[in-house]
Design a protein around this ligand. Structure first.
Ligand code: GAR
Length: 208
């Protein structure tokens, strides 16, 4: 059996909505053997359940709205610095509906991962579940990837497949994806935290 890691990896999680993926990570971190802890949760908007979940768990939160900055670049620089202030080992975008800019990637690139509700490279963008349903695919899923400057184009850490049912709506399909997505995220982030990972070209492997 794996022992308890000496120092759990510090996670900063970014959210924009209900935060069920965040909750799965918070719950997993309750076991010391998981090897990670959520040190802060950041958002681009107020009043979301994701922030409430963090507050209930006693985790530090911050909100930086794009509209509070003169330019998108200033917001990007500010959120990069705020995340850096928590000295994260891994930054997890879990339903964070903003693209990271150059300053954020300069600071956190290589340790910044994003979960997407489709089997990339199919159906990137804001509507992964909706676009897969509209296309008529029979299998879709979720992808965890290391963020690069493109839109959902970074090296893939993990994927999970989910069937599309004949009577699916966007909501029923996305909910089925999210069940599998949460399990994938917990498994992959835990392995990254405990084992480390390397990125060589497009190939991501666990281990140091
Ligand atoms: C998740 O399915 C995540 O993959 C998706 O938003 C959902 C958030 O759910 N993210 C994107 O679509 C990003 N392009 P949650 O707030 O319940 O974790």
């Amino acid at each position: 059996m794996r022992g308890v890691p000496a120092e759990p990896a510090a996670l900063v999680v970014l959210v924009s909505g209900s935060g069920t993926n965040l909750q799965a990570l918070i719950d997993a971190c309750g076991d010391p053997a998981y090897g990670a802890r959520v040190v802060a949760v950041g958002a681009d908007r107020d009043g979301i359940e994701g922030l409430a979940r963090a507050e209930r768990a006693g985790i530090a939160t911050f909100v930086l709205k794009v509209s509070d900055f003169e330019t998108r670049a200033e917001w990007d620089t500010a959120i990069a610095a705020r995340v850096a202030s928590y000295e994260p080992d891994l930054v997890v975008s879990a339903g964070f509906m903003k693209l990271a800019g150059p300053a954020f990637l300069a600071e956190h690139g290589g340790r910044f991962v994003n979960s997407h509700p489709a089997l990339l490279p199919s159906f990137p963008g804001m509507h992964g579940a909706e676009d897969a349903l509209a296309y008529g695919v029979k299998i879709t899923g979720a992808t965890l990837f290391v963020v690069d400057p493109g839109v959902d184009t970074g090296p893939i850490v993990a994927q999970t497949a989910v069937p599309v049912e004949d009577d699916d709506t966007v909501e029923t399909l996305h909910e089925r994806i999210k069940v599998a997505e949460r399990a994938m995220l917990v498994e992959a982030v835990g392995r990254m935290a405990r084992e480390g990972f390397t990125v060589a070209g497009r190939r991501v492997r666990y281990g140091r």
